[in-house]
Design a binder for this molecule. Structure first.
Ligand code: ZN
Length: 244
């Protein structure tokens, strides 16, 4: 089975459509989203509808929770807060309902688990070695144990092995060892923050046990123009071009 894993779409319809087109071309069996479908960019309803139409399960992200009114964006920075409040006003009822009903975790057979931030907390940024180690402890203690954890939230593609050391990317294709545990981040579809403006995602093949990190160019100008026309903060358009 081949899985495409997306995360942090953030209402970027152009990037989502480009990634879904690429995924169709690659011929994957199932698609999952690790959350933050909305926030920052200007197409929240169209992005949620596309996930609904395609039957793509998604997790609850911090922007999703604030946009659908389950939480207040008290911990958000001013730009993120302005965008999430704009999104709250723009969301249609059916889209709000979809976001409200997203789970915090998806588990698949074979010890695969998906979360938005980390196993410690939905909003936890999993980057530092100490954080990876704490998550590895949780993975080992889970019943059944988690062998492969997919996480998002940082908007940066990453992979760590069970020594809590980075093991990708690069290479673009990571061959997993059966007896080891891994934590893998597909990066962000709608607002990459690693200096590369292309939309990021990954494909996991559970038969040959490989993770393939992928990038996909999209009509960035169209998305940026919509941000400006919607009256969202200019910084949100500028950061799409710089990819950080
Ligand atoms: Zn995000």
């Amino acid at each position: 089975m081949r899985y495409a894993i997306l995360s942090d779409i953030h209402a970027n319809l152009e990037a989502l459509e480009a990634v879904l087109g690429e995924i169709e071309h690659l011929g994957v069996d199932r698609v999952f989203c690790l959350g933050d479908v909305v926030g920052y960019n200007a197409d929240p309803n169209a992005c949620v509808r596309l996930l609904m139409e395609k039957g793509i399960p998604s997790l609850m992200g911090n922007h999703d929770a604030a946009a659908c009114g389950l939480e207040e964006p008290d911990a958000f920075n001013p730009v993120a807060r302005a965008a999430v409040l704009w999104t709250r006003g723009a969301l249609h009822e059916e889209c709000r309902r979809f976001l409200r009903n997203q789970p915090l975790r998806i588990e698949l057979p074979g010890g695969i688990c998906m979360v938005h931030g980390s196993l410690l907390h939905r909003d936890h940024y999993l980057m530092a070695r100490s954080d990876v180690m704490m998550n590895l402890d949780r993975m080992g203690a889970a019943d059944p144990p988690i062998r492969l954890l997919f996480f998002g939230h940082t908007h940066v593609q990453a992979a760590f092995d069970d020594a809590a050391l980075p093991c990708g990317p690069p290479p673009a294709e990571l061959v997993l060892e059966r007896a080891r545990r891994y934590l893998v981040n597909p990066g962000s579809v709608g607002q990459p923050r690693d200096g590369n403006p292309s939309a990021a995602f990954l494909v996991y093949d559970d038969e040959i046990d490989t993770v393939r990190f992928a990038r996909c160019s999209y009509d960035l100008r169209s998305c940026a123009d919509k941000i400006l026309s919607a009256g969202l903060p200019e910084r949100l358009a500028a950061r799409l071009y710089s990819g950080c």
